[in-house]
Design a protein around this ligand. Structure first.
Ligand SMILES: Nc1ncnc2c1ncn2[C@@H]1O[C@H](COP(=O)(O)OP(=O)(O)OP(=O)(O)O)[C@@H](O)[C@H]1O
Length: 277
């Protein structure tokens, strides 16, 4: 691995020309991206833009086909990715689908500390339980502790999975579409919780994937906008989340509003455009 650059100790994610190719197709890249300690990033783009593929590299779940990837100061190709994964909190649909329905919520949160999904011990330490309840509290989900995962609503499941991702006090928190499938109330509740986390100086650096600007919690600082695997724009949130950039990413004219620190987007209304004849 001679010639591979040393990681910058101030960066949690440091990608240089990272690219993922499968079967001759470029799924994402080349992406050069740097995430610092106190930053909260949103990765936004249409279906198939490559968001999850990029996040899976940040989650140490997959290698890039080319380029250089450093996460938490570790260099891909030189480090044990399974070790690295223990330092990262991840909530994703792929993970949600693997949770046994009869798993008790508090056990699901605790088991993150042991790097497993299902309950694998008869008893956990009181300290483990206390911390799990604390994490559930921070997401407003402590009342669900004794319920089984299968009985939870979609919104409750999302909050429990984020509590689980926080259980190990990760250095990096990765949230893949945390608000997907939630109704308006559920989305607003989650966005508010994530907004509190975003401004907490003790919270880990966070990367959140979404298709919808309405799901960007207040307090988020940066954005990476993808289209067909390529970066449309990246940098400070207000510089990236603009009508112009969204129009480019979503291939239609988008009008954007910002109210109370939140973004709202819609297709630009063009009178007569949909009239027949
Ligand atoms: N293992 C794979 N082999 C081939 N193509 C893949 C593979 N995984 C993903 N893709 C393709 O790569 C592209 C990017 O997928 P990815 O899931 O990263 O996009 P996304 O932006 O997260 O999409 P969505 O918003 O719909 O979840 C898509 O066209 C997808 O079909």
């Amino acid at each position: 691995m001679e010639g591979v650059a040393q990681p910058d100790p101030d960066l949690l994610i440091e990608f240089e020309d990272v690219l993922v190719r499968r079967g001759g197709n470029v799924l994402v890249g080349p992406v050069t991206w740097k995430v610092e300690l106190d930053e909260r990033w949103v990765v936004l783009g249409p279906n198939g833009a490559g968001k999850t593929t990029l996040l899976r590299i940040a989650a140490a779940e997959t290698f890039p086909t080319s380029g250089t990837a450093h996460v938490l100061g570790e260099t891909f190709g030189r480090t044990d990715l399974s070790e690295l994964r223990t330092r990262i909190g991840l909530s994703s649909a792929a993970l949600a689908n693997r949770v046994p329905f009869d798993e008790k919520v508090v056990d699901l949160v605790i088991s993150a500390g042991y790097g497993v999904l299902g309950r694998w011990r008869e008893r956990y330490d009181a300290m483990d339980t206390d911390r799990a309840i604390e994490m559930l509290e921070s997401l407003g989900a402590e009342h669900l502790a004794d319920r089984s995962y299968g009985t939870l609503s979609e919104g409750e499941r999302k909050r429990v999975l984020i509590a689980r991702a926080l259980m190990t006090d990760p250095e990096l928190l990765l949230l893949d579409e945390p608000a997907a499938g939630l109704d308006l109330g559920g989305r607003e509740e989650l966005v508010a919780r994530l907004g509190v986390l975003a401004v907490d100086p003790d919270a880990p650096a966070t990367v959140l994937i979404t298709h919808h600007v309405e799901e960007i919690p207040p307090g988020f600082t940066h954005a990476l906008l993808l289209k067909e695997g390529a970066v449309v724009a990246q940098g400070l949130l207000d510089d990236v989340i603009t009508g112009e950039n969204l129009s480019e990413a979503f291939s239609q004219s988008i009008t954007l509003d910002k109210v109370d620190g939140r973004f709202f987007a819609r297709r630009t209304w063009e009178p007569g455009r949909h009239r027949r004849g």
